[in-house]
Design a protein around this ligand. Structure first.
Ligand code: G6P
Length: 623
């Protein structure tokens, strides 16, 4: 969703802002803008609807040498995508500009108050309310202090603190105030902000990707923190408690990880990055000596882990599908009861307290609003909360009491691919870890380690199906409906395969347990509705084959994802995509590969914007 960038230092701010905004495009947006300080102490604000390219044209016609500025990509919440609603917004008296991520829930009530005080509004956004509220807080502060103090930068900081303490909702804010033309103020609550530390310059962004190639030193702001940033100083304070220390972390991303590197789309690049992403997820985490997975980040002692009686996985979207895979793994391998909950439902349910429940939030971005809220709700109820997360320093990573980082590298395509397979692999290691603390023997543990280690190469091999998948995509690209069917470990794969197709090609697709399809979806089967059967060899193979025959008998075309060497399936259907053999519990990680490719090729053939599908956002930071 919305993205923020800011720059202060010797460079031309507009250049960094535009590049930074392009790097944030993946989050999903509908309009964008930049603001810089002009030499005559005013702001130059440029805003445009649509792609960053259009904003860039506007900026190129109005270049500014300014070394200080802020920028924003907006994903409409309050008010349609339009130039007037795009950020940055000015206060009505024009003494400040501001960009905002998040949602202000009490904006209406604040707006009524400000209208009575004479403030004017030119947009429908909740953000403009914050701009005018800070303006009002500045006025009050100035009245309270004598003129001498009024010139101090801390007055700006105090006014921002006064304003944000009146806000209900979430915000990542960057603010420039005319009285302090060498300063950017930033504040966060529930919407991420990072500060990149350079030599004589600072960068601000809503995630680390715009910083890559500019600096490898990064400060993650925490909730309720406010930062005062100049070219060579960074002061962080808590909204209510004055100055706080800030740790500078090393940013471990290189430029290649946020660029296309010769691929046509980020999604394709990320699909092909999966073998390496999986290797990175595994790195240093498998111990042959102890025949277990080493997951120190869980921050729990073996005896605490042994006392766990129930696990709740909570997530949204694709991450929810990996949670389902995790449920099958944990119950089978570790014999622990698992519940998988949509975070958006869990946050408002009053499920009974149950001692020794461990809650995992599973999330690529670590910023999904519902997942964060569900985690907080579970914490409030006294459960221990952990995260399985890709983005280091993200809100959920900060709030969870521990967890597993995926180390899959930045995922930019809106449709999640490498994060999904890395989540499944992390969950496999989690199941091994728990299993070894309970009933799994050394030999079983060692065997599982070998099976887990084989996954990246199997995924590499599965990627060789790319060309044959592209041919199959061409054959079916004009269909209006698809069914995706699988059982046991491959039921979540069916759901995820269908979601991939829906997200990026806008074709209606339903994922279903293969046998359950008789109770409804079979009514959809006709010669124009392909069924994708996910059926690598396993104990349930024969049963799935019967389900396949039921579809064939009704004239439905079938595309099968099957194990190498499966001759029987060859006779059943003309479109088979073969995948290498891995243990059953690891099949979801391999069998999803051709389904990601199928969705990708169909979307490309239909002329869809694969990396930025309509209406979707990479990181859903609103409820
Ligand atoms: C959005 C994305 C999905 C993602 C979901 C959950 O809907 O478009 O790809 O699966 O959010 O995101 P998370 O970052 O929490 O995994």
């Amino acid at each position: 969703m919305c993205g923020i960038v800011g720059y202060i230092g010797p460079r031309i701010a507009q250049e960094f802002l535009l590049e930074g905004l392009s790097r944030l495009e993946y989050r999903g947006y509908d309009s964008a803008g930049v603001a810089t300080f002009s030499s005559v102490s005013d702001f130059e604000v440029h805003r445009e609807v649509g792609r960053i390219k259009r904003l860039a044209l506007l900026v190129h016609d109005n270049p500014s040498p300014s070394g200080i500025g802020i920028g924003h990509t907006r994903w409409a919440t309050h008010g349609a995508p339009s130039v007037m609603n795009a950020h940055p917004h000015r206060s009505s008296q024009g003494e400040l500009v501001l960009a905002h991520n998040g949602v202000i829930e009490n904006y209406d009530e604040i707006k009524s108050r400000l209208l009575k005080l004479g403030y004017e509004f030119s947009s429908e956004t909740d953000t403009e309310v914050v701009a005018n509220l800070i303006s009002e807080c500045l006025r009050v502060r100035r009245q309270r202090y004598d003129q001498g103090v009024a010139g101090e930068r801390s007055l700006g900081m105090d006014a921002i603190k006064d304003a944000i303490s009146q806000l209900r909702g979430t915000y990542g804010l960057v603010v420039m105030i005319r009285d302090w033309p060498d300063t950017i103020f930033a504040a966060r609550l529930g919407s991420p902000l990072v500060v990149g530390v350079g030599d004589g310059e600072h960068f601000i962004a809503s995630d680390a990707s715009p910083l890559v190639g500019y600096t490898d030193r990064i400060v993650y702001l925490a909730d309720h923190q406010v930062a005062m940033v100049t070219a060579d100083s960074l002061e962080v304070s808590h909204r209510d408690h004055g100055l706080v220390d800030h740790d500078v972390h090393e940013l471990q991303l290189d430029v290649g990880s946020v660029e296309l590197n010769g691929f046509d789309h980020y999604m394709l690049k990320e699909i092909f990055e999966q073998p390496d992403a999986l290797r990175n997820t595994l790195r240093g985490r498998l111990s042959d000596d102890d025949a277990t997975a080493v997951l120190g980040g869980l921050n729990l002692t073996p005896s605490q882990l042994r006392s766990i009686k129930r696990i709740v996985f909570t997530a949204c979207g694709t991450s929810w599908h990996s949670a389902l895979v995790g449920e099958y793994m944990m119950e089978e391998i570790a014999q622990i009861p698992v519940e998988v909950e949509y975070a958006s439902e869990l946050r408002y349910r009053n499920s009974p307290m149950w001692d020794n429940t461990l809650v995992f939030a599973i999330t690529q971005s670590g910023e999904t609003a519902d997942t964060l809220a569900a985690l907080r709700e579970m914490k409030r109820k006294g459960h221990r909360t952990l995260a399985i997360c890709n983005v280091i320093g993200s809100s959920i990573a900060q709030e969870a009491e521990g967890g597993i980082y995926l180390h899959a590298g930045p995922e930019i395509g809106v449709a999640s691919t490498k994060a999904y397979t890395s989540q499944c692999l992390a969950l496999a290691m989690l199941a091994l870890h728990f299993g070894r603390l309970r009933h799994l023997g050394y030999a079983e543990g060692r065997a599982m380690i070998d099976q887990i280690r084989a996954v990246p190469d199997a995924v590499q091999k599965a990627l060789e199906s790319n060309e044959s998948v592209a041919r199959i995509a061409a054959k079916y690209k004009d269909c209006q409906n698809f069914l995706y069917l699988g059982r046991h470990y491959n039921f979540p794969t069916a759901l995820e395969g269908a979601l991939k197709l829906k997200e990026i090609s806008y074709i209606h697709a339903e994922g279903y347990p293969a046998a359950e399809m008789k109770h409804g979806p079979i009514a959809l089967v006709d010669s124009r509705t392909p069924s994708v059967f996910v059926m690598p060899k396993g104990f349930i193979y024969d049963k799935v084959m019967s389900n396949l025959e039921e579809i064939k008998a009704r004239g439905g075309p079938v595309i099968a994802i099957a194990a190498e060497g499966d001759r029987r399936i060859e006779k059943m259907t003309e479109d088979v995509i073969y995948i290498p053999h891995v243990s059953e519990f690891l099949q979801p990680i391999v069998s999803i590969i051709p389904l990601q490719l199928l969705a990708y090729h169909i979307a490309v053939l239909r002329g869809c914007d694969v990396d930025k599908p309509r209406n979707l956002a990479k990181s859903v930071t609103v409820e």
